[in-house]
Design a binder for this molecule. Structure first.
Ligand SMILES: Nc1nc2c(c(=O)[nH]1)N[C@H]1C(S)=C(S)[C@@H](COP(=O)(O)OP(=O)(O)OC[C@H]3O[C@@H](n4cnc5c(=O)[nH]c(N)nc54)[C@H](O)[C@@H]3O)O[C@H]1N2
Ligand SMILES: Nc1nc2c(c(=O)[nH]1)N[C@H]1C(S)=C(S)[C@@H](COP(=O)(O)OP(=O)(O)OC[C@H]3O[C@@H](n4cnc5c(=O)[nH]c(N)nc54)[C@H](O)[C@@H]3O)O[C@H]1N2
Ligand code: SF4
Ligand SMILES: [Mo]
Length: 718
């Protein structure tokens, strides 16, 4: 049994919520060793008091009896506690043995989303992964924002040079495939988007949203237009077409340091609003008006997120958004889209022209590497396809790829075939249950944390060090202890601590701060709004913006081809919910109250004879799931929507609450063969499906997901 940790000292604590990209400042009151109150910190200069139900649930996460605190070793179907030293020795030895026998690439790694929400992980996991020296590195990036990085690297010279829409000063926010009212913003750290959108409207500005679903955000936009999934690149091309054909381009000072502007007209020429209207579902007149209004707005920003990056034209979409901001002179301009300069700046010391891309390819499908990683859509096939370079061992860090990667059920079936698997994760969940060893780190309110990543995406520069609320017990370890322990065993080298790394990063960063400067501001140190930084911040070899990178120009032929393809009758997209956080927060009782949230939204026009609440079988090329249907004209005809992150019916997990709300996994339907061919990103949105009613007799306690022809529940747990 773990020793109980010392209780926290009574008092008021200020720290940021680590759960999503909004990084809200929170005010936590501790009385009698318990958190008695959590609220948004009104003095936080970035979040200004915002909080959502997940932030309020942080103490529950801390107290979750299912959260693991000491290492576990699997023996068949049962788990035995082992000491940290024994666990770290075992893991280092097994990984080295595998690599000695089968080569460095026989060990694969998968890094999941919370890695970037925990600076202890972020600043130390890299050294461990580097020590492994494998080219089989995978992460959530290729199921998410890879196309943003791709377009940024090609146009501006670095994957992290991501233009952030200046929502606080813009007059026109053109938003596609993002739902900040549910997600709280992504690659847009601007907590409290409801108020920020209202402020745009109140100052006479406009918020225009395009999405196949009339979302929570649509209610706060000035106008909403439905758009066919996967057709955004055509729509954005048509905007560019109108702006260039009608002489509305005004790049201004940007043209002094941009190459390729002249070539854009011929690229956009074939894509008139009239020609793409049938494919996008957006009337040509609407597209023309939006193009003119966007170009003429004093300050405008085009922004698109998950719906635009996790689709077959993710790379083209992100390039087009940047290009629209560029040709209208809104890039690097207040009220447009700018590059933040955070206090800890990962670009400090970055070399110009050092973009890494396509240096190697995945073995089975030949998918290209980007920034040291291969597409996660290739992970399962690399494990199951025999051959000399086959993956035989897997390290997962803060990831749940069984639920989060396309065709997750196939990965689930592949994992038991591994010779060795280790998971650095505080939960025994759908993925980690296949590990031979689980190394659970301290997390949440227990860790010192500085948001290294999300300040790069923030509409306002702030800096804040989050000190732990809860001390940990002697038996617990932090992520960085685990990575330092493993790295030392593999290389004999001692790692710098995250605090040392932070201090150095802040000192050498653009604001030249010390840790004490930051500590002196418990609500966050305000460093002001975004400022123009170009051309100085560019990292291309030429020092100039590349408006039309060669690979992107070549991908336009693939887009043109879609105009000649028939579209599937029914397309599945995903959905985020305010009280979920990807796959791992369904174990918190207060977030799971209320009716079943894992339902299929279907337009009544696509559902003759069906009624809401009825079970339907949803089938894609790779699998089928059974789920209750909800009829709503919030989704456009021809589109269905299912939330991602559910599917907790799998046996062998330790998630007492989540198991009561299992739902089905969207990724038992998504297809690993559907990717953005330019970037390798998973096209998680846009899966062709069929839907059929299942007889009432087929009604189940728990909706069941299974790959066609097999039931993973019949498979042994190891
Ligand atoms: N179909 C579909 N699939 C999707 C998406 C979608 O919209 N549709 N979204 C995609 C996106 S954007 C993302 S980011 C991915 C997310 O997918 P993943 O990156 O695989 O991660 P999560 O589902 O967030 O699971 C996080 C894991 O980290 C663990 N964890 C939590 N905190 C810590 C910590 O402090 N340290 C460590 N070591 N572990 C921790 C949790 O227990 C959990 O196992 O899913 C992607 N998959
Ligand atoms: N509550 C909550 N907050 C979260 C998360 C969570 O799971 N829950 N996850 C966090 C993570 S990891 C991320 S990456 C962010 C994501 O943040 P967002 O991107 O803002 O969130 P999503 O809800 O995925 O929004 C994607 C939108 O794209 C739409 N869409 C789907 N396909 C298409 C298409 O082809 N074209 C267009 N135009 N739209 C399309 C969907 O209907 C949806 O409204 O959210 C973060 N915040
Ligand atoms: S919006 Fe995000 S950062 Fe803010 S409280 Fe909610 S989960 Fe935490
Ligand atoms: Mo994400």
């Amino acid at each position: 049994m773990p020793l109980s940790p010392p209780p926290p000292r009574d008092g008021v604590y200020y720290r940021a919520c680590p759960l999503c990209e909004a990084i809200c400042g929170l005010r936590l009151t501790v009385q009698g060793g318990q958190v008695t109150d959590v609220r948004g910190d009104p003095h936080d200069p970035l979040s200004r008091g915002h909080i959502c139900p997940k932030g309020a649930a942080l103490p529950d996460l801390h107290a979750d009896p299912d959260r693991l605190k000491t290492p576990l070793r699997r023996d068949g179907d049962t788990w035995q506690p082992i000491t940290w030293d024994a666990a770290l020795d075992l893991v280092a030895r097994r990984l080295r043995e595998m690599q000695a026998e089968h080569g460095a690439d026989s060990v694969a790694t998968f890094q999941g989303n919370p890695s970037v929400h925990n600076s202890g992980t972020l600043l130390t996991a890299g050294a461990f992964l580097k020590a492994l020296g494998t080219r089989n590195r995978f992460s959530a990036t290729s199921t998410d924002q890879l196309p943003h990085h791709y377009a940024a690297a090609e146009m501006f010279g670095h994957p992290l040079l991501l233009p952030i829409p200046d929502v606080d000063r813009t007059d026109f926010l053109l938003m596609l495939g993002a739902n900040p009212l549910a997600s709280n913003g992504s690659i847009l750290t601007a907590p409290g988007m409801r108020e920020r959108l209202r402020a745009i409207r109140e100052r006479g500005g406009r918020v225009v949203l395009l999405d196949p679903r009339r979302t929570e955000t649509a209610a706060h936009a000035s106008e909403y237009h439905p758009i066919r999934p996967g057709s955004d690149a055509l729509f954005l091309m048509a905007l560019l077409h109108v702006i260039l054909a009608e002489g509305l381009a005004r790049p201004g000072r940007l043209s002094d340091f941009t190459d390729g502007l002249d070539a854009l007209s011929s690229v956009a020429a074939p894509f008139s609003p009239e020609r793409v209207a049938a494919a996008t579902g957006v009337p040509a007149g609407t597209t023309r008006t939006l193009a003119r209004d966007f170009a003429r707005a004093p300050r405008a920003a085009a922004y698109g997120r998950m719906g635009l990056s996790t689709q077959a034209f993710g790379g083209l979409c992100q390039w087009l958004l940047n290009t629209l901001n560029l040709v209208t002179g809104n890039l690097d301009r207040e009220g447009g889209a700018l590059f933040p300069t955070p206090a800890f700046d990962l670009l400090t010391g970055a070399r110009a022209g050092a973009v890494h891309h396509g240096r190697w390819n995945s073995r089975v499908r030949g998918l290209p590497e980007f920034d040291g990683e291969l597409p996660s859509a290739a992970l399962a096939e690399e494990i199951i396809t025999p051959g000399p370079e086959q993956i035989r061992a897997l390290v997962t860090v803060a990831g749940n790829p069984v639920l989060s990667t396309p065709g997750g059920a196939a990965l689930e079936q592949a994992l038991p075939g591994l010779d060795f698997m280790v998971s650095i994760d505080p939960y025994l969940n759908e993925t980690t249950r296949h590990a031979h060893v689980i190394l659970p780190p301290a997390t949440g309110l227990e860790v010192e944390h500085y948001d290294v990543i999300f300040h790069h995406f923030a509409v306002r520069a702030t800096a804040r060090l989050n000190t732990p609320v809860f001390p940990i017990s002697e038996e617990q370890r932090f992520d960085h202890d685990i990575f330092a322990g493993l790295t030392e065993r593999l290389t004999g080298r001692r790692l710098a601590t995250p605090t040392e790394r932070l201090a150095a990063g802040l000192r050498h960063g653009p604001h030249a701060l010390s840790l004490d400067d930051v500590r002196a501001h418990p609500h966050g140190l305000d460093l002001g709004p975004m400022q123009p930084t170009l051309p100085g911040r560019l990292l291309t070899a030429s020092g100039r913006i590349n408006a039309l990178p060669q690979a992107i120009g070549q991908d336009v032929a693939r887009l043109e081809a879609t105009l000649h393809h028939p579209t599937p009758a029914l397309i599945l997209i995903g959905r985020r919910q305010l009280r979920s956080n990807n796959s791992w927060m369904h174990n918190t009782p207060r977030l799971m109250r209320g009716p079943d949230r894992c339902t299929l939204y279907l337009n009544p026009a696509d559902a003759p004879g069906l009624r809401s609440g009825q079970l339907v079988r949803v089938t894609s090329r790779v699998g089928s799931v059974t789920v209750p249907v909800e009829l709503t004209d919030d989704v456009m005809p021809g589109v269905a929507s299912l939330p991602h992150g559910f599917g907790h019916h799998r046996p062998g997990t330790r998630l007492g609450v989540a198991e009561q709300h299992p739902g089905v996994s969207l990724n038992d339907l998504t297809d690993p063969l559907l990717i953005d061919e330019l970037t390798g990103n998973a096209a998680l949105n846009g899966t062709p499906i069929q839907v059929e009613a299942v007889g009432e007799t087929a009604a189940l306690d728990h909706p069941v997901a299974h790959p066609r022809g097999s039931d993973p529940r019949a498979a042994p747990a190891s």
